[in-house]
Design a protein around this ligand. Structure first.
Ligand SMILES: [Zn+2]
Length: 323
């Protein structure tokens, strides 16, 4: 039977209680996989994925209870009080929980929650931390990982049915994230980034759900059954920083995004343009210098000089040269 329990309770100023809730399937034995969402309160796609997983496991418990061979922990609402009102950060402190790890069990609430979460997840065989960009940028479905952890993470990420695996060079800001701290503790953690904030996008969430089932099966958490929801995952593109071109605004203004996410673009294709709503002037046309696919677009139109307007995943020829 599944078991919903609280990992941490924090009394709030007006008598509510923050609860870090987990739904556990299995008895804690066997291989253990955790699915985490809602660290940022303006990201809802992960909640939809968690629902698909828990609904599937509820049905499996009824129809085929012997198929569960390990333990699955589902935590859809890490920053529940922010999710309640669609804000990104922990209220009052305006704190980004994913910049507070490893946290502090004796600190303020936005430090206690990360400390409790990190302690609970350490030792999990695989953790999947689902994000949904922010309100500004729309992302193709992807797993992001640091180069130093990639040899162990890429084989796991390939199950997840996403479009891109983006392997980053080192970056100091990432040292305060959940994924960095778990990977440092040898808990293999995959960060999924997909879609856009404040929305639920069913197609990409269902693709990830199916990928998670494939991963659960591969890790032996689910018996090797021919379940209809488990399809062979589509192979993702594996990209490093040299495969990524950034479109940054040269003017402040009103950005109109033209090229759709994940559509192929050729050199010279228009990505979008920036206009001046007051003076009726065209300030800038943003064109692609190379061939590739946009894996980040910007539906949010207000831009400042330097704002990110998109990212291009470069096509490469057989020698590895950008086209
Ligand atoms: Zn996020």
């Amino acid at each position: 039977m599944s078991d919903i329990f609280s990992i941490l309770d924090i009394r709030m100023p007006m008598s509510e209680t923050y609860r870090l809730l987990c739904n556990r399937y299995g008895n804690g034995k066997g291989p253990r996989v955790a699915i985490v969402a809602g660290i940022h309160g303006d990201e809802f796609n992960g909640l939809g994925v968690c629902y698909q997983v828990t609904a599937f496991l509820n049905k499996l418990e009824r129809d085929n209870p012997g198929a569960l061979r390990g333990t699955i922990d589902v935590l859809p609402g890490v920053n529940a009080i922010a999710l309640d009102n669609g804000g990104r950060y922990w209220p009052s402190y305006n704190a980004d929980l994913n910049r507070r790890f490893p946290g502090n069990p004796d600190g303020s609430p936005p430090h206690r929650a990360p400390a409790a979460l990190l302690d609970f997840l350490s030792g999990t065989d695989v953790c999947i931390d689902i994000h949904a960009s922010n309100i500004y940028l729309q992302e193709a479905s992807q797993v992001r990982m640091l180069d130093r952890f990639s040899p162990e993470l890429i084989p796991l990420a390939q199950y997840l049915n996403l479009q891109v695996i983006w392997v980053h060079a080192a970056s100091t800001v990432l040292e305060t994230t959940l994924s960095y701290n778990l990977n440092l503790r040898n808990t293999k953690t995959l960060v999924v980034e997909m879609g856009i904030g404040l929305r639920y996008e069913d197609t990409i969430c269902t693709a990830l759900f199916e990928g998670i089932l494939a991963l659960l099966k591969a890790k032996g958490v689910l018996a090797d059954l021919d379940l209809p929801e488990i399809h062979a995952p589509e192979p993702p593109v594996i990209a490093t920083d040299k495969d990524v071109y950034y479109f940054n605004a040269k003017h402040s203004g009103f950005f109109v995004s033209i090229a759709p996410l994940w559509e192929p673009v050729k050199p010279g294709d228009l990505i979008g343009y920036i206009v001046d709503p007051l003076g009726g002037r065209l300030l800038e046309e943003i064109k692609s210098p190379k061939a590739g696919r946009l894996f980040t677009t910007r539906p949010f139109p207000m831009v400042y000089e330097g704002s990110l307007c998109g990212r291009l995943l470069l096509d490469r020829d057989r020698a590895g040269e950008a086209l």
